[in-house]
Design a protein around this ligand. Structure first.
Ligand SMILES: NC(=O)c1ccc[n+]([C@@H]2O[C@H](COP(=O)([O-])OP(=O)(O)OC[C@H]3O[C@@H](n4cnc5c(N)ncnc54)[C@H](OP(=O)(O)O)[C@@H]3O)[C@@H](O)[C@H]2O)c1
Length: 248
C-alpha cells in the first residue's frame, strides 16, 4: 500500500509551523515516528506532546539549521532516540523579498544560511546514517521560485535554484546507496512565510495573489507523504504544485 509509513522514522526541519507542522502530522497519520526541528522550541515541544498524547511517537529538538553543529546534532539525535533515519525533510526556510538595490544584506545571509546551508548541513549529517542503513530518502522543499524568477525575489530565487541544483546532483550520487532524493516545489501556500516581510512586500504579494485560492500546508504534506510512501524502486524526483489559479 502506498502512503503507509509504518515503522519509518522521519526527521522534519521547520516543523514549528506551516508545511513542516502539517508534514509531521501527515507522517504520523501514515504510521511514522517523527523528529521535529525548529528554533521555536515551545512550538515543536507542543506539537510533539500533541502527537504523543494521541498515541504517536515524536521528539522535538530545538535547532537552528543554519548552525552546522545544531543541524548535525538534530540529525544524530533523531537516529539515537528513534533508532533509524528513513527520511529527512529539509523544509525549514525563510523568504525575505524586495529589490536587490537597497536591500538589507542581513536578509540575504538569513535566507542563504537557512534555505541553502540548512539543507546542506542536515543532508551531510544524514547521508552516512542512511548509507549505513542501506536506504534513505531526502526531501528538499524548494519552490516554484526555484524554477521561475521574478523581480523582488532574486535572492530567494537564488536559494531555491541552489536547492534544486544540489538535489539533482545529490540524487545522482546517492542512488548508489539506495537513497532517494525528492524536490517539492510549492506555489503559494497559506502559511506564516510571508509574515516576516515589510508591509509593502506583503501588500505586493497579496495583490499578486488576488483571486487565487492558495494551497494549504496539508496539500504539500500530502505530496510529501506520497513521495515517501512509494515502493523502494520508485523515486519521485520532483513535484511542482501550484494553486489552480496561480499563473506563474
Ligand atoms: N508558503 C509558501 O507559499 C511556500 C511556497 C514555496 C515554498 N515554500 C517553502 O516551504 C518551506 C516551509 O515554509 P512555510 O510556508 O511552511 O512557512 P513557515 O510557516 O514560515 O515555516 C517556516 C519554518 O522554517 C523554520 N525555520 C526558519 N528558519 C529556520 C532556521 N534557521 N532553523 C530552523 N528552522 C527554521 C521556522 O521555524 P522557527 O522560526 O521556529 O525556527 C518554520 O517552522 C520553506 O522552505 C519555504 O521556502 C513555501
Amino acid at each position: 500500500m502506498t502512503n503507509d509509513l509504518s515503522g519509518r522514522v522521519v526527521a522534519i526541519t521547520g516543523a514549528s509551523s506551516g508545511i513542516g507542522e502539517a508534514t509531521a502530522l501527515a507522517c504520523v497519520a501514515a504510521g511514522a515516528s517523527v523528529s521535529l526541528a525548529a528554533r521555536r522550541a515551545d512550538r515543536i515541544e507542543a506539537l510533539a506532546a500533541r502527537i504523543t498524547d494521541e498515541g504517536g511517537t515524536a521528539i522535538a529538538v530545538r535547532t537552528d539549521v543554519s548552525d552546522e553543529r545544531q543541524a548535525r546534532a538534530f540529525v544524530e539525535q533523531t537516529y539515537e532516540h528513534l533508532g533509524r533515519l528513513d527520511a529527512l525533510v529539509n523544509n525549514a526556510g525563510v523568504m525575505l523579498l524586495g529589490p536587490v538595490a537597497g536591500a538589507n544584506t542581513d536578509d540575504w545571509r538569513r535566507m542563504i544560511d537557512a534555505n541553502v546551508y540548512g539543507v546542506l548541513y542536515c543532508s551531510h549529517a544524514a547521508l552516512p546514517l542512511m548509507q549505513q542503513q542501506g536506504s534513505g530518502h531526502i526531501v528538499n522543499v524548494s519552490s516554484v521560485a526555484g524554477r521561475i524568477a521574478a523581480a523582488g525575489s532574486a535572492v530567494y530565487n537564488l536559494t531555491k535554484w541552489g536547492v534544486n541544483g544540489f538535489s539533482e546532483g545529490l540524487r545522482q550520487e546517492a542512488l548508489h546507496s539506495n537513497i532517494r532524493v525528492t524536490i517539492i516545489e510549492p506555489g503559494a501556500v497559506e502559511t506564516e512565510l510571508v509574515d516576516h516581510n515589510t508591509d509593502a512586500v506583503r501588500a505586493m504579494a497579496a495583490k499578486r495573489m488576488e483571486g487565487v485560492k492558495p494551497l494549504q500546508a496539508t496539500d504539500i504534506a500530502d505530496a510529501i507523504v506520497y513521495a515517501l510512501g512509494q515502493p523502494e524502486h520508485v523515486s519521485i524526483n520532483e513535484v511542482l504544485i501550484r494553486p489552480t489559479r496561480q499563473a506563474r
